[in-house]
Write a protein that binds this ligand. Structure first.
Ligand code: HEC
Ligand code: HEC
Length: 214
């Protein structure tokens, strides 16, 4: 009979238990997040967080999840968005908010690009030209000055500090270029776009948006 070292057996057993319990813990967290979502958020963000135009944006579209850092999503949930109907949820605590995050992320397992996107350079455009584009194209849905739903449109309050203070220029740039599938936010570059904006024009728009942040 092969003599086995009891310490090795303990190690093997521990690793075995960990390997089956870690995924279960992760699933537990997703389940808890789903419960918290259904108690607190579903009324506005809708089942599976698909959103509803004029009421609340989709939180499970792949383009949002792909470019959002955990910090962006968690701090938005914690702080809400001032001057919009998105309430703050500090009472859910870090643990509760992390569970909701796990639930949202379980809808898309694409590699997250937030680090690369947030490291992109700041826009160096001309805000006066950007305003012309903004008023012509973006204001239709996002409202003049990016006031959001309060102005009657289908787009969020992209001119308010609740959004602008939490996002990088890379986040805004990517969203304009690729849009968000299954929402009214179409891409603004390429043949499928609502308009085919040049890179320079997108920089102008971002520079204008930065002037709106109080
Ligand atoms: C046809 C309507 C429409 C137009 C035009 C439009 N958007 Fe949007 N945009 C939306 C909607 C709707 C959303 C939120 C998606 C959702 O409901 O899930 C959005 C989301 C965004 C976001 C992300 C905001 C957030 O809360 O995360 C940015 C940034 C943005 N749009 C920028 C722009 C810019 C800049 C323009 C003009 C070049 C523009 N959009 C034009 C409808 C539009
Ligand atoms: C009373 C309606 C309402 C409730 C309840 C609500 N939200 Fe929101 N949420 C909104 C609106 C409206 C916005 C967009 C605000 C704007 O115009 O910028 C938003 C935006 C967000 C965003 C930013 C999404 C993006 O596209 O960048 C996140 C993340 C979010 N909500 C998460 C949650 C979570 C999680 C809960 C529950 C704990 C929740 N919300 C509850 C209305 C709501």
């Amino acid at each position: 009979m092969v003599k086995s070292d009891p310490v090795d057996i303990v190690k093997v057993v521990t690793i075995f238990i960990l390997s089956i319990s870690l995924p279960i813990l992760a699933d537990d967290r997703v389940d808890k997040g789903e419960r918290l979502f259904n108690q607190n958020c579903v009324f506005c963000h809708q089942p599976d967080a698909i959103g509803k135009p004029g009421l609340a944006p989709s939180l499970t579209n792949p383009e949002l999840l792909e470019i959002s850092s955990d910090k962006y999503l968690m701090s938005t949930i914690r702080d809400g968005r001032k001057d919009t109907s998105m309430p703050p949820y500090p009472h859910l605590g870090r643990e509760g908010i992390m569970s909701i995050l796990a639930y949202l992320r379980s809808h898309d397992r694409r590699a997250n690009r937030a680090v690369e996107v947030d490291a992109q350079e700041q826009a160096q455009g001309d805000p006066r030209l950007g305003q012309l584009w903004f008023d012509q194209i973006c204001a239709t849905c996002h409202g003049p000055q990016g006031d959001g739903y309060l102005a009657g449109g289908s787009g969020t309050a992209i001119g308010k500090s609740g959004f602008l203070s939490k996002v990088s220029d890379g986040f805004i740039r990517e969203t304009i270029k690729v849009g968000r599938s299954n929402t009214r936010m179409l891409p603004f570059q390429g043949p499928a776009g609502l308009a085919d904006l040049a890179d320079r024009e997108i920089e102008d728009i971002i520079s204008y948006m930065r002037t709106l942040e109080e």
